[in-house]
Design a protein around this ligand. Sequence first.
Ligand SMILES: [Zn+2]
Length: 258
Amino acid sequence: MVLIDTHSHLFAEEFNSDRIDVLKKAEEVGVKYHVMPNVDSSTTEHLLKVSRDFSHCFPLMGLHPTSVKNDFEKEILHVEEMLTHSKFYGIGEIGIDLYWDKTHFEQQKIAFRHQLRLAKKYNLPAVIHSRNSFDEIFEIVDEEIDSTLKGVFHCFTGSVEQYRHIQEYKTFKVGIGGVVTYKNGGIGNILHEISLNNILLETDSPYLSPVPVRGKRNESYNLIYIAIRVAEIYGLSIEDIATQTFINSQELFNLPIE
Ligand SMILES: [Zn+2]
């Protein structure tokens, strides 16, 4: 059984002391590949170092909405420059976050739209972070969507209606993470309405740990708890879930793996 953690910040300093052990432990339960979304220019160097050190960890390039400040134009230039220099497997993570801080809402919208256009230009999937902001994100994606724009709404915790909106784009999937294991996480209650062809599995390490390790540092090993819960909901074996989500992930990221 092979699983892909499609959203892990394995390059974060939380893993500096035991990154090799974290990867080994993940592999024991079949989590062999890792997709790593960038945060901003301060994390790029380490992101690239980790992807060089571990050939099964694949980097994305993008500016995270919570890193959009007054200097966002400089940050966007950095993203553009990096895209011309190195190989990346997607644009991420990008989006709008109105939970932590609304101060730079206008700048967040500009940065998001601009990076969606980069995704189209480079024919790469967009990894979208949405927090208290589905309407604002839909407004922009509705305008930018065309046959070349594809991607994933990472850590999807929306409603059935919001899922239907995403489904109408035809080229977007939803990332299912630790929240699916929470008793009142919501997404666990509507997952059966979501086609298995449209989901990816992710941890969002080091954040959002699933039950039964909630509250601790999250790591890719815990993807197994998410896969087990997803298998329960669909009434399928965990191997079936692994096989289908592997195909889904590859459809989007096209990683150079078997
Ligand atoms: Zn993330």
